[in-house]
Design a protein around this ligand. Structure first.
Ligand SMILES: Cc1ncc(COP(=O)(O)O)c(C=O)c1O
Length: 420
């Protein structure tokens, strides 16, 4: 079994399952991504990847802005110290009430996905006697290549089709209280290669240029999205993009020659790259046995805590690495078993991370860990399933535990319809 050195004083006291988030690793990820982006540019942290307060506060301190897409994410961002002017509110469908609350909180920049969304935002802003700015999210004409998950160039709820905007620009124009400020072209997630990122940004910038000219908007913000890849639940390092800043700067020089003077301001978004490698899921082996000739390992964490969407077959199985907790063994090769079912504790056959994995021989009570689950770990899991307690979340800095907490799921009554 390969091992994952987690040198943290007091780790023995932490009850498993537990997500550990290493804040020093977040600072490194942020520094690497910043260095890979053209300057000047803004970088939004997408809270959907990991809304843990310590993670969000760390990225605010590092200089990120906040991209939120729910009332909960907005609250978390504001509580972490983001000023309303540093927040971009996105999402393909927003409840009237949530838009009203966001405007009331002082949020002044929204990504909108349709003429209706513009009208909805306008109504909320007029009600508050204020004015806000919008970025029109664009669903481009063709998909960009190399995405783990494509969100553009296909029929989807994300954005307005570029053809629609070109055919009916008036429907996407200013409203009484909404000034269109630019375009938002987040195209997909988990792009590992620099060439694919450059191809995506080239396509996005060309589309933004075409739309700007056709619609006649004064472009003040161009949000080029991101989709910067990182390993998920597998050992390995973040990819690096050594030529990205130069290559994207050059393509912007061609498409938007005044971008270096902030006309338009160039923005990027990232969740996964900034947080993936900071996270480790600690889980304990509950049982080990054989069934119909196959090894079976039962862990105290399953699809309720990690990879739930894979459990639902929404995404391919994640097949996580299970690493030994502790120092790297002196080159010793542990015994392995193959064809193993790696299951969680839930009463459903879908609760398995892997159906035929090669894993180290394990024993009940042993602590193992899954690396690189700082993004789309707990926040993308089926936490309420079967009422198991949620994993502990531990913020670590420089080998010291600085915060240990656990989300509580409590039923909250939303109407006063109880009968006496
Ligand atoms: C609009 C938008 N921005 C940012 C992100 C974050 O993407 P990632 O975590 O891949 O950086 C997403 C992810 O779905 C998104 O939809």
């Amino acid at each position: 079994m390969s091992s994952h050195p987690i040198a943290v004083a007091g780790l023995d006291e932490i009850e498993s399952p537990a997500y550990l988030y290493d804040l020093a690793e977040i600072r490194l990820s942020h520094a690497e991504l910043r260095a890979a982006l053209p300057q000047p540019s803004e970088l939004y942290y997408s809270l959907k990847a990991n809304p843990h307060p310590a993670v969000v506060a760390e990225l605010r301190a590092a200089g990120c802005l906040a991209e939120v897409s729910s009332p909960g994410e907005l609250r978390t961002a504001l509580e972490a110290g983001f000023a309303p002017a540093q927040v971009l509110y996105t999402g393909p469908g927003k409840r009237d009430r949530d838009v009203q609350d966001a405007v009331r909180s002082g949020i002044a920049l929204f990504s909108v996905d349709s003429p209706h969304a513009l009208d909805q935002l306008d109504a909320a802003a007029r009600e508050q006697c204020t004015e806000v700015r919008s970025l029109l999210r664009i669903n481009d004409s063709s998909p960009a290549q190399g995405h783990g998950l494509t969100m553009t160039g296909v029929a989807s709820q994300f954005g307005a089709d570029a053809e629609w905007v070109l055919a009916q620009p008036d429907r996407f124009g200013p409203r009484d209280a909404v000034a269109p400020a630019g375009f938002h072209l987040y195209m997909g997630s988990n792009i590992a290669g620099e060439d694919a990122l450059v191809a995506q940004f080239t396509q996005a910038a060309a589309s933004a240029r075409r739309l700007t000219d056709a619609v006649g908007i004064e472009l003040s913000v161009l949000d080029l999205g991101g989709g910067f890849g990182a390993p998920f639940a597998r050992a390995g390092a973040r990819p690096s993009f050594p030529g990205l800043a130069r290559r994207v700067s050059e393509l912007l020089d061609e498409t938007f020659p005044a971008w270096r003077e902030g006309r338009p301001t160039i923005a990027f978004e990232s969740g996964r790259y900034l947080t993936a490698t900071c996270g480790t899921l600690l889980t304990r082996v509950l049982d080990v046995k054989r069934s119909h000739g196959r090894p079976v390992v039962v862990l105290d964490s399953g699809i309720n805590h990690l990879g739930g969407m894979s459990g639902l077959r929404r995404l391919p199985p994640i097949v996580p690495d299970l690493l030994q907790v502790g120092e790297v063994m002196n080159g010793a090769v542990a015994e392995t078993v193959s064809g193993a079912i790696v299951a969680g504790p839930l009463c459903t056959p879908t609760d398995s991370w892997a159906r035929s994995a090669t894993v180290a021989a394990m024993t009940p009570g042993q602590l193992v860990c899954v690396p690189n689950v700082g993004a789309y770990g707990l926040s993308a899991s089926l936490v309420a399933f079967l009422g198991h307690p949620l994993p502990t979340e531990v913020a670590i800095d420089r080998g010291r535990i600085i915060d240990v907490s656990r989300l509580q799921l409590r039923r909250q009554r939303v109407t006063d319809a109880t009968r006496s």
